[in-house]
Design a protein around this ligand. Structure first.
Ligand SMILES: *[C@@H]1O[C@H](CO)[C@@H](O)[C@H](O)[C@H]1NC(C)=O
Ligand SMILES: CC(=O)N[C@H]1CO[C@H](CO)[C@@H](O)[C@@H]1O
Length: 261
């Protein structure tokens, strides 16, 4: 009798320990720590810890923000401009603290999920422009030009297919990418392609690296570039604010966010 009672007591204690451990596991799995909520902490979450109602799961912003960082983004107050898009539910802190995911990361995630842009036909389309506009540039300079084309597809200021972006014309009827309107350039492209020259290979490499998201975007989000600065292509205007200006080789690249007001 006595021995049995003792055993029952042990089992109860054991059960209690197991329950506490399983209760706290949900918090620990989220990278948090169960503690009394009177202790200062970036974010408390309830329902993840055993014990009284005041024993809650403390998750630091650093840990909470990891979901955003894993998506290539950065947590910040939404009052700060974001050259991409804000996504909720990925950051710790107040509701106005959100994950800014750069445009180019969106593109890469689209590519990873659909692979739609990563085709030989598209390597040719973008390669032709890269060759015409930047064949004298370094690999990084050519990659930046290729990305500035790819980034336009996911930008609200430009058409949303690759062919429409490349073939877009200005109000005056000229190609956005000047080189496409120059017969001598088209001929040079034909010749370099036929000869499978190093210049051809470089242009195709830069284009496929961007279209397949194989190498990250050196501009982060650029949609526009110019060979000099200041230049209307890279200046802010009443519709768009130019951000993240970066010189790469002989070009200045900018990202564009909607002008406020
Ligand atoms: C270049 O090649 C394309 C396709 O092969 C052809 O249609 C076009 O006429 C050529 N253009 C020039 C200028 O050689
Ligand atoms: C302007 C635009 O097309 N934005 C899209 C970029 O890609 C993300 C991810 O697919 C979309 O959610 C945006 O709407």
């Amino acid at each position: 009798m006595q021995a049995r009672g003792l055993l029952n007591g042990c089992a109860l204690i054991l059960l209690f320990i197991i329950q506490t451990a399983t209760g706290d596991t949900r918090c620990i799995q989220k990278g948090g720590k169960c503690q009394e909520n009177s202790i200062p902490c970036d974010n408390y979450q309830s329902g993840l810890c055993n014990g009284g109602r005041t024993r809650q799961c403390c998750i630091s912003n650093q840990v909470a923000d990891k979901r955003c960082m894993d998506k290539g983004g950065k947590c910040q107050q939404t009052s700060v401009s974001c050259s991409g898009a804000y996504r909720s539910g990925l950051c710790g802190g107040s509701a106005s603290r959100k994950c800014c995911v750069p445009q180019s990361v969106f593109i890469i995630s689209i590519l990873a999920s659909s692979g739609k842009l990563c085709t030989d036909a598209n390597f040719q389309t973008v390669g032709r422009v890269v060759f015409g506009e930047a064949r004298g540039e370094t690999a990084r300079g050519q990659l930046a030009v290729a990305y500035s084309i790819v980034n336009r597809i996911n930008h609200s200021g430009y058409p949303n297919t690759l062919n429409a972006v490349v073939n877009q014309k200005t109000a005056g009827g000229a190609y956005q990418y000047e080189t496409l309107g120059v017969a001598a350039h088209t001929k040079a492209w034909n010749v370099t392609k036929k000869g499978n020259t190093q210049e051809y290979k470089n242009a195709i490499k830069a284009s496929s690296d961007a279209l397949c998201g194989r190498v990250s975007d050196p501009t982060t989000c650029a949609t526009d570039y110019c060979a000099y600065d200041p230049c209307s292509a890279t200046n802010s205007n009443k519709y768009w604010t130019a951000t993240n200006k970066i010189p790469i080789g002989r070009h200045y690249f900018v990202c564009r966010v909607k002008a406020s007001g």
